[in-house]
Structures are given as C-alpha cells and as structure tokens.
Design a protein around this ligand. Sequence first.
Ligand code: PBG
Length: 326
Amino acid sequence: MEFPIYRARRLRRSERLREMVRETALSAKDLIYPLFVVPGKDTFQPVSSMPGIAQLSVDRAVKECQEASSLGIPAVILFGIPERKDPLGSEAYSDSGVVQQAIRAIKEKAPEILVITDVCLCEYTDHGHCGVIKNGDVDNDSTLELLVKEALSHARAGADIVGPSDMMDGRVGAIRKALDQNGFQQVAILAYAAKFASAFYGPFREAAESTPQFGDRRSYQMDPGNADEALREVELDIREGADIVMVKPAMAYLDLVYRVKQKFGYTVAAYNVSGEYSMIKAAGHNGWIDEKRIMMEVLLCIKRAGADMILTYFAKDVARELTPGK
Ligand code: PBG
C-alpha cells in the first residue's frame, strides 16, 4: 500500500496508539542482575568504574536479591571474589567458597529469586586467567576438570542454573555429564556460547579483580571479526546440552543475537556487559546523553534483536522505570 492510502504516521500520533502497535516490550521479567560477592560482613564496596554497582558481602547480596525480587526481577547471576587466589583457583570449587555461601543464604532468605552462577576460574586464579596455565597458555582439558568441580559445587549449594563463561572447548558437555551423574539433572546450563575477547569487559575486571596478570584472553575467547564461527560455537554448545545460549557482549554484537535466534530458535541470552554500562553512566553523568532513555532504548533493542533475556547492571533501574512509584 502506498501513500496517500498508507500513512505510517497515523499510528504514531499518540502514546496510546504507539503503545498499542509496539512490537517489542521490555519487562522486568527479561532481566538478570549480576552481583559481585566478597568475603566479610556488611560490606558494600562501590566499584569506581561502574557507578551504582558494588562488591557485596553475602548478607548484602541477600538484601540485593530481596530488592531485585520485589522489583519483579526473576534472577541474579553471582560472581565471587575469593579471600585467597592460587594458580588452580581452588576457592572456585570449595563448598565453603564465597559464592557457595551466597547461594545457600539466598536460597534461605530470598527463595523466590533464581540463582545463576558464573562458572569460571579467572576471579579465583592468582594469574587471572580462566584456567590452568601450562607452557604459558591456558590448558583446555585440565581446566575442564576444575570447571566441572566448580559447577558441581554450585549445584550442591543450590544453584538453579550454572553459567560457564570460560570458553574452553567441550566444557558444556563435561558439565552436563557430571551434573547428570550426580543427580542434578534439573540444574540448567546457561552457556556463554559466543563470548568475544572484548575490551568492553574492562570495568568488570575491576569489579571482579580478574585482570590477567600476563597476556590476554584471545587464545580462548572469540575474535570480534567472526560471526560464522560464533554460530558454530552456539551449535556445539546446544549439542553438548546447553539450555540457554548467550551472546556477549550485546550492543556491538546484535547481528549475532539476531542470527542465533533466527538459525536455532533456541532460548537466547545477551550480556549487556560492564563497558556498555559504564559508557552510558559516564556520558549520562556528564549530561551528554539522557541516561534513562538511552538505557531503556538499548535494552529494548537487544530484546528486539532476538534476546529472550538480558544480563544487565541496569536491571534494578530498568525495573523501577517500568514500575512507576517504585
Ligand atoms: C569471567 C567473566 C567475565 C565477564 C563475565 N564473566 C570477564 C572476562 O571474561 O574477562 C565480563 C562481564 C562484564 O564485562 O560485565 N570470565
């Protein structure tokens, strides 16, 4: 139909009309809120490069979960910063580790929220890499054994979903097998399937104290130029038993959010990572952009591209925007 019969502006005349024809809606139910857990009590240590985000002791993490839940946010993802780091990241798979403690406390005091855990070693190793170092590089297969131990330990503590973010080959299959053999058939896997070696993770590394002490992560995380390979990674993770596949980062990788959804029709998560958050916060703070509107626009567009759920540090802010009066 052509102008003047078709006038696209007819349905843009008022907010009521625009709302009625809007194809995509953002909801608090789409959001997953990341939390950084540290040892101690009553600790709220702000992360300077991520305004509004802090490292939290277990008791404060529980409070965040209660608040998030009251705002309609269905899930959190936990990252742990251990008391002590060593070459094999042993705190990652200790049943008394900080994330394990947090899972148990959240399950007891905020049982309605889903607990997802980040399964990786970089926050726990003294060298800051995501696995076991052999000959100057991360050794894939010996790392798998530790990731399996970590995932099992999270499951024992009560995690609903485990999220391997290390990008080792074969880790989803190894974790699925171990979970099943140990009676955790119902624990789901959120695979960081297409995770790129991205400079957008900068602020996270301050928050998680996980900057590599030598080299970088390019021998295991993906090259930003590759899209076909990303689809291959996603396909492998689905075959190995992933329940949800993630694209990370989100904003600069929306083509992949779209292509993954189109190609596989699988449940897709997108991670609106730390650098994406900090850029918007910084520009908003300077008065250069309208922070709230940009936040809502970015997250809506990630969803429009095909994401079923979004991990974002904006989760509470968005939920508040969506629930006037909160
Ligand atoms: C752990 C991990 C990282 C992020 C999530 N899990 C850091 C990294 O790979 O360096 C980044 C999240 C963010 O930037 O918000 N491997």
